[in-house]
Design a protein around this ligand. Sequence first.
Ligand code: KIV
Ligand code: NA
Length: 266
Amino acid sequence: QRRVRIPHLQAMKAKGEKWAMLTAYDMYSAEIFDEAGIPVLLVGDSAGNNVYGFETTVPVTVDHLVPLVRAVTSAARHAMVVADLPFGSYQASPQQALATATRMMKEGLAHAVKLEGGKPMVPEVELLVRAGIPVMGHIGFTPQSEHVLGGYRVQGRGDSGDRLVEDAIALEKAGCFAVVMEMVPAPLAARVTEVLSIPTIGIGAGPDCDAQVLVWQDMAGLRGGKAPRFVKKYADLRGELGRAAAAYAADVASGSFPTQENSFLE
Ligand code: KIV
Ligand code: NA
């Protein structure tokens, strides 16, 4: 199987084949998800919350993400790797967006970038696409704007639904190859998916999007505490790793590790 490219995603939409995107931030996760057949890996600025220990994605910088993008692209043989443009690295002008996206492509070897925002981001999207950089949009709840949005809240309820549809259409017209919809009522996400000819990727946006995305540490149960409603845990990695660490420590304490087998005897 060769590298997943935009026409593959387009073909899946045409055939009504749904697909799953996952975040990845390092070599092993990228390798494992790639081997599992995940077609698109996102090096999200959710690395802020899931790698760097920040409370939000706001403090994440391009320098934080570039090495992670590079690790994921080095390990993923088939998946398309999308790099998030972090807060403050693209909103100032299309030129700033191009400079940042160029770093993600040249230093991170990303195959595409993602940025947050609807209509106001059209000039940025147009310039990137003209320069040869595929762009994934991201509308609905956009975590980089959480202080303006008033926290994690469902977006597009009531009258603002029409505006979200217009944002989606504007992004498609500007040249986006796909668009993420985060925390949007399911019927509205279904409407956008129907209207757009590019794939929609939902997270908390119901079952009718063309694709779904989850943060991998949420999906695999690595993160502690209560997960948001839109998360489904497919494993208990937190429990599994905790048990492994405790068993290792107990073996060391009792003297049952290392044994001769684990030792160089001469
Ligand atoms: O950073 C991220 O993980 C994201 C996805 C949740 C879409 O933007
Ligand atoms: Na993100």
